[in-house]
Design a binder for this molecule. Structure first.
Ligand SMILES: [Zn+2]
Length: 344
């Protein structure tokens, strides 16, 4: 069994494959590599893993340490060496072990690492064998294969998200685009609390406005174009939060900030209750939903009441009650819209 790969704390973005440049069975061990590398004056074996002809994976240099394996390209890498020199003499067991180890690494980094041969950064032929074919690399990337059915719940199992090489980087949606991808985008925006308009698969001005708002909320470049960065942000973004001062707004704050509807409903409601002799405090609580606001309402309330003056008579009281009820309803609806950001 190969050792279980554990992500090191240091940053890693690539993996390099090497060969030991020997087919001598006496050299088929991490210990030999360690000796050779010490003889070169290094602190020990330069590779993190050594794969023997029989497919055994031996641990080499501490994975937390930068390897000494590809001059000028050691930082950010993991180095793996297979014992062998002649391309024909590498064993299937070695290839299976390499595939399994690289698959572990690839999954640990959610396919965000690239795989290379030493020859890509030097004039050597190392690792001699067809590592691209063995690992099935496309542009240095290894595909993550998933079991059938695992696709269905990508949110529940993000680590199993298959990443087809290049597919993420090619997608780019912008105003004017149409199709299933745009509809998916609209659904994604809506599920996060944005308003992209009709879910019609047309990237129109409302969808663009929603994208811009999403980008602004998530500290992304606000270009209205949905590229790989914005797409990735969807996976980590939380549902849109309505600004706290908006969510806390009361009818009174709306009225004092210039909403005529709120002002009217507040005035009528207070007048109505005042007329009917009902408790003003009760109305304030009803309209603001907060007892704390009562203290702050006394000033404006006196103004509203003085506008309406004292009225007497049974009919007027009845009308007042009706107005109070009606006003409280419109006021509440308006408040609801404001709190839910349906209005500006
Ligand atoms: Zn090499």
């Amino acid at each position: 069994m190969p050792p279980t790969f554990q992500k090191p704390k240091r940053r890693v973005n690539c993996v390099f494959i090497h060969c030991s440049a020997s087919d001598n069975p006496e050299h088929d061990s991490a210990a030999t590599m360690d000796r050779w590398h010490r003889e070169r004056g290094w602190s020990g074996i330069g590779y993190h893993y050594f794969i023997r002809k029989d497919g055994t994976i031996e641990a080499g240099r501490d994975i937390e340490k930068v390897p000494a394996a590809q001059r000028g390209n050691n930082v950010g890498s993991i180095a793996i060496c297979l014992h062998g020199l002649d391309a024909e003499k590498f064993s299937q067991e070695q290839f299976d072990a390499l595939s399994s180890l690289c698959d572990q690494i690839n999954r640990a980094y959610r396919a965000q690492v690239t795989f290379h041969g030493h020859c890509e950064v030097s004039n050597k032929t190392c690792p001699v064998f067809d590592y691209v074919g063995v690992l099935g690399l496309i542009d240095g990337r290894m595909a993550i294969t998933v079991a059938e059915g695992a696709l269905q719940d990508r949110y529940a199992a993000p680590d199993k998200t298959p990443v087809a090489p290049g597919s993420l980087t090619n997608m780019r949606l912008r105003a004017g685009d149409r199709g299933a991808d745009v509809e998916m985008l609209q659904r994604e925006l809506m599920s996060l609390g944005y308003r992209p308009g009709k879910l019609d698969g047309i990237f129109g001005s409302l969808t663009r406005a929603a994208v811009l708002a999403f980008q602004a909320d998530n500290d992304l470049a606000t270009d209205g174009i949905v590229g790989p960065v914005t797409l990735e942000a969807f996976d980590f973004a939380s549902k849109r939060q309505v600004a706290p001062e908006r969510a806390k707004a009361s009818l009174l704050t709306l009225a004092t900030s210039g909403s005529r509807i709120a002002r009217g409903s507040l005035a009528n409601g207070i007048a109505g209750l005042a007329l009917s002799g009902g408790g003003v405090i009760a109305l304030v609580q009803e309209l603001t939903g907060a007892v704390d606001d009562v203290n702050g309402i006394v000033g404006p309330l006196q103004g509203v009441l003085s506008e309406h003056g004292p009225v007497v008579g049974g009919a007027v009281i009845a009308i007042g009650l009706f107005i109070a009820w009606q006003s409280a309803r419109t006021g509440k609806a308006r408040l609801e819209d404001h709190r839910n950001a349906k209005t500006l």
